[in-house]
Write a protein that binds this ligand. Structure first.
Ligand SMILES: NC(=O)c1ccc[n+]([C@@H]2O[C@H](COP(=O)([O-])OP(=O)(O)OC[C@H]3O[C@@H](n4cnc5c(N)ncnc54)[C@H](O)[C@@H]3O)[C@@H](O)[C@H]2O)c1
Length: 340
């Protein structure tokens, strides 16, 4: 079996690559543009040592690079995206380029080069503010950030191509994912690293915004299973835990675990469009696949903290890069002081 993974050098992608090489016999092709969020250090030595792993540096918007790969494979898992909401509030351009245009280029390719299944990874952010809890797949979609709008547009293109051209697709809407190798700007790694460096933890508003957090190891088995499953074309599935944690609770857990003072918590002004509650129902995926989350939030957080403690070199390298420093300076300018 030959599988193409787009965006495989990012957080979810690289954890997935490591899992695929360890747990399957598939030949794996990874295309990644290596933006600021893509990182070759994310692949383990056994991935690099595997003859089944093929890495291609390339942009999904470039059909000359993408289409020869589509010709070769049986399945496509589409993860490539610009993913940071805060960054999308600073500059929408790359979000439109990759999340909408890139998805369109991929879909056009799939009209010519047929695969058994495209698994399109969308996001819970397409729902916007919860009108009821837990959010199921029928919930209205009223995205509240440029990132979320671009993901909804990408997802709608996928649905359209499924209807018009019968491209065999399944759409997944994961809620918040966390774990090792997540880029240090995202909430949990940002808090862990700041706490380790005795920097403040910036908390939007009063910190009561509640999200559903799934540990990254719970994701690969469900993506793999749905990829191969027959009779599910056109399905849209949440991947969630059904439980919520507030930003305050997350900050407290991290500070407690690292034995750091609560005074590191720093409330900053609320982010535009910051969603108050986003907690998902996983009933549909449970009924269809028998999947349910296996890692409790606190257990996943402990594993994540341990990974960041043991992999200081991985994140210090990123913290020294211009892309990280520039973002942190322009986004948190005037709100908090961070020692980098
Ligand atoms: N992390 C989460 O909490 C979460 C939750 C729900 C959905 N998702 C979705 O899962 C997917 C992966 O998220 P992540 O957290 O791993 O993101 P990430 O930002 O860590 O990784 C994205 C990867 O895509 C690559 N990329 C970006 N533009 C590209 C392009 N034009 N061509 C090729 N590669 C490109 C980047 O280099 C990077 O390696 C995304 O589609 C995201 O929307 C993530």
């Amino acid at each position: 079996m030959r599988v193409l993974l787009t965006g495989g050098a990012g957080f979810i992608g690289s954890n997935f690559v490591n899992w695929i090489i360890e747990n399957t016999d598939a030949d794996l092709f990874v295309i990644d543009a290596l933006t600021y969020a893509g990182n070759l250090d994310n692949f383990t030595p056994s991935v690099w040592g595997s003859t089944r792993f093929h890495f291609i540096k390339g942009n999904i918007c470039d059909s000359d690079v993408l289409y020869p790969l589509l010709k070769k494979v049986d399945y496509v898992i589409h993860l490539a995206a610009w993913t940071h909401i805060d960054r999308s509030l600073l500059d929408i351009t790359p979000f439109i380029e990759t999340n909408i245009k890139g998805t369109g280029v991929l879909l056009e390719g799939l009209r010519k080069y047929h695969v058994k299944r495209l698994v399109h990874v969308s996001t819970c952010e397409v729902y916007g503010e919860a009108k009821y809890l837990p959010i199921d797949e029928q919930h209205p979609k009223e995205p509240l950030s440029p990132y979320a709008v671009s993901k909804l547009a990408g997802e709608q293109l996928v649905q359209l191509y499924q209807k018009l051209y019968r491209i065999p697709v399944v759409i997944l809407r994961p809620f918040n994912i966390f774990g090792p190798r997540q880029y240090p700007e995202k909430l949990i790694p940002f808090f862990i690293i700041n706490a380790m460096l005795d920097n403040p933890l910036p908390i939007y508003g009063d910190g009561t915004a509640k999200r559903d957090w799934l540990y990254v190891d719970d994701l690969p088995p469900v993506i793999w299973k749905i990829m191969e499953m027959e009779g599910v074309d056109g399905e849209v599935l949440n991947i969630a835990t059904g439980k919520g944690m507030t930003i305050n609770e997350i900050a407290d857990c991290i500070l407690n675990t690292l034995d750091k003072p609560k005074t590191l918590k720093r409330h900053v002004e609320e982010r535009e469009g910051h969603i108050k509650q986003l907690i998902g129902s996983y009933k549909k995926v449970e009924q269809l696949l028998g999947w349910s989350p296996t890692v409790e939030f606190n257990q996943g957080l402990r594993k994540t903290i341990t990974w960041y403690k043991e992999n200081r070199e991985w994140w210090t390298k990123i913290l020294r890069r211009d892309s990280y420093r520039k973002f942190v300076k322009s986004w948190y300018k005037g709100r908090i002081q961070l020692r980098l």
